[in-house]
Ligand binder design. Structure first.
Ligand SMILES: Nc1ncnc2c1ncn2[C@@H]1O[C@H](COP(=O)(O)OP(=O)(O)OP(=O)(O)O)[C@@H](O)[C@H]1O
Ligand SMILES: [Mg+2]
Length: 588
């Protein structure tokens, strides 16, 4: 975790509180209630001192017993009344804090997700799988802990600290000064030691997280682990990581042990010293019994609240780190919002000298000087070896990435002059690997057109040759699929994706044909569905099957990021070039 500067710690925490303040109708009354309950908690030592110090030994015989009883009964009644008041206010303030805190957090969560959804695609590609969402939830958990627990604690302890100090000064300024003289020394020593211990525990946390990563990866890739009989290898990896964790922890254990003994010694030593000074003053008549006793009780309260501050400060530091990272996401530039938003595409696409390099690998030219015309309503097939840049071309057309140089035009309009929403709403993609969302089949198909009616969904499924297999499932269209649902086969998932695209009814269709082979019956069903889908649209197909390429109006052959051949199947097949080679070796 990066060390957070003091200044940024304040500004980061201030930013988070600005979220709380949007809930000010609940937050501010809760805050006032918190001040009240914290203040009232000082009533406890106050009445305690009245009870115990009443009367002092010396005066015991001078005061009649019934007077003593009457006075202590009155005190206990007052104390109970105050406790009741405190409890009642506390009940509302806890609810108020949770309500305003969680509402503020929900607002932050909503803002974050909205912003994440609008970040450019490359940002997500550069992240390690899972790490982004894990990090965001871990950071949000820290912020939540702070808003709901640390803030109330900080307020309460501050009130008790200040109030307690006032009381001890009132009772004996001399003793207070002696105690205050000791505090800075003790606090400084504890802070220095405490920081060391905290650093150790941070390192331990990190190395435990590293160990967990091993489990996470093994579970995620369990099929590979088993297929390669690599269980012992993974166990070893985990064992090594655990050993590293243990080493760090043991190093920390020394510091922790030293810290604890030190705190106990110094803290109680100081208390003993101050009480000793007080006893001296009492003996020489410098202080009376009741104020002396009050001083001790309040000192215990002050000491306890002082002791909680290192924890509170460290929590605020952590929050500063977490909010910094969240703010980094919120400050990141989203996708462009420019461009005309009501252009109806005819379906023609032209690329003019388009070159492209991924930002993460600027030295590699993934696409170089590509110029192509994709006529409206026709079928264009793209073929080429793996890694040639075919999928990359799709990502440029969808505006996920912008060309490094050159232009893409839709009809006669430059892609940059059309808003991304407008563009994408008229393009549909059937991807290479179809991922389904957790939900019903019906919902998954309707993803192509949110709000589609039941009939529309079924119609689309019929056209996609998906209806029959869906109808055979026990729950039909209501069957749950996705990560936790029924597993569908590759060909079935593809037909769901086709149904989705049919429902979307796009002007332009991008189809990234699956590389995995389907059995001939599935292939026939998928092909039939695709034929229906491609009819009367501009379709651009990354093809791995000869049957798809054969009927294309034009074929583009891409190799190593360059357009190397272009023409119909017959023409290209006749020429003895890359296409012919691909037909013979790769297209099936
Ligand atoms: N997000 C990315 N960041 C950096 N490089 C990438 C990224 N995606 C792809 N590449 C690289 O760009 C090149 C082209 O990849 P692309 O996915 O376009 O190939 P493809 O022609 O679709 O291959 P396949 O037929 O195997 O799907 C490859 O060398 C690949 O490693
Ligand atoms: Mg690809």
């Amino acid at each position: 975790m990066p060390v957070v500067e003091k200044k940024s710690m304040i500004s980061s925490n201030r930013w988070i509180f600005s979220y709380l303040l949007t809930e000010n109708k609940i937050f501010i009354p809760s805050l006032i209630a918190l001040f009240l309950t914290a203040g009232l908690s000082l009533a406890f030592p106050y009445f305690l001192k009245e009870l115990i110090g009443n009367p002092v030994d010396a005066a015991r015989d001078a005061v009649p017993a019934n007077e003593i009883l009457a006075s202590i009964n009155e005190i206990i009644l007052k104390l109970i009344a105050v406790l009741f008041l405190q409890a009642t206010i506390g009940y509302f303030r806890v609810q108020g804090f949770i309500r305003s805190g969680e509402s503020a957090l929900n607002r932050l969560r909503k803002d974050l997700f909205k912003h994440l959804l609008h970040l450019p695609v490359p940002y997500f590609q550069d992240q390690r799988a899972g790490s982004l969402s894990n990090r965001v939830s871990a950071d949000l958990a820290i912020v939540r802990e702070t808003l709901l627990t640390t803030v109330p604690q900080a307020v309460r302890q501050t009130v008790i600290l200040i109030g307690g100090l006032v009381f001890i000064f009132v009772n004996s300024w001399k003793l207070s000064l002696i105690m205050l003289g000791c505090i800075p020394v003790v606090v400084l020593l504890i802070a220095i030691f405490g920081r060391k211990v905290r650093n150790h525990s941070k390192a331990a946390q990190q190395s435990l997280a590293d160990a967990s990563t091993v489990i996470e990866e093994s579970v995620q890739n369990i099929a590979d682990v088993k297929a390669f009989t690599n269980e012992p290898f993974e166990q070893d990896r985990y064992q090594t990581a655990l050993q590293a964790f243990l080493n760090v922890t043991l190093r920390g254990a020394k510091a922790r042990g030293a810290f604890l003994s030190f705190v106990i010694f110094v803290l109680f030593g100081t208390i003993a010293f101050v009480v000793w000074c007080g006893a001296h003053m009492y003996a020489s008549g410098d202080i009376l019994w009741k104020p002396f006793f009050a001083f001790i009780i309040f000192s215990i309260f002050v000491g306890a609240s002082l002791g909680s501050f290192p924890e509170i400060i460290s929590q605020f530091q952590q929050t500063a780190g977490a909010t910094e990272r969240l703010r980094e996401i919120l400050d990141m530039q989203g996708e462009r919002k420019t461009g005309e938003s009501n252009i109806t595409l005819k379906g023609q696409i032209s690329l003019e000298n388009v070159s492209f390099s991924y930002a993460s690998r600027p030295e590699v030219t993934t696409l170089s000087e590509i110029s192509i015309q994709i006529p409206s309503g026709q079928r264009t097939a793209i073929v080429g070896p793996s890694g040639a840049g075919k999928s990359t071309l799709f990502s440029l057309i969808l505006g996920f990435n912008d060309p490094t140089s050159g232009n893409i035009r839709f009809d006669e309009t430059d892609a940059q002059d059309i808003s991304l929403d407008c563009l994408r709403s008229q393009i549909a993609i059937v991807p290479q690997e179809v991922m389904l969302f957790g939900g019903t089949i019906s919902e998954n198909i309707a993803y192509g057109k949110p709000g589609a009616s039941k009939d529309e969904v079924e119609n689309a499924a019929k056209l996609a040759n998906a209806h029959d297999f869906i109808a055979e499932l026990p729950s039909g269209y209501e069957t749950l699929v996705g990560p936790r649902g029924t597993k569908l086969s590759g060909g079935q998932r593809q037909r769901i994706a086709i149904a989705r695209a049919i429902l979307a009814d796009p002007k332009i269709l991008l189809l990234d044909e699956a590389t995995s082979a389907l059995d001939s019956e599935s292939e026939r069903l998928v092909n039939e569905a695709l034929e229906r889908l491609m009819k009367n649209r501009t379709s651009l197909v990354i093809a791995h099957r000869l049957s798809t390429v054969r009927h294309a109006d034009q074929i583009l052959v891409i190799s190593k990021g360059k357009l190397v051949e272009q023409g119909t199947h017959d023409a290209l097949n006749a020429a003895n070039g890359t296409y012919r080679f691909l037909v013979e070796t790769q297209l099936s």
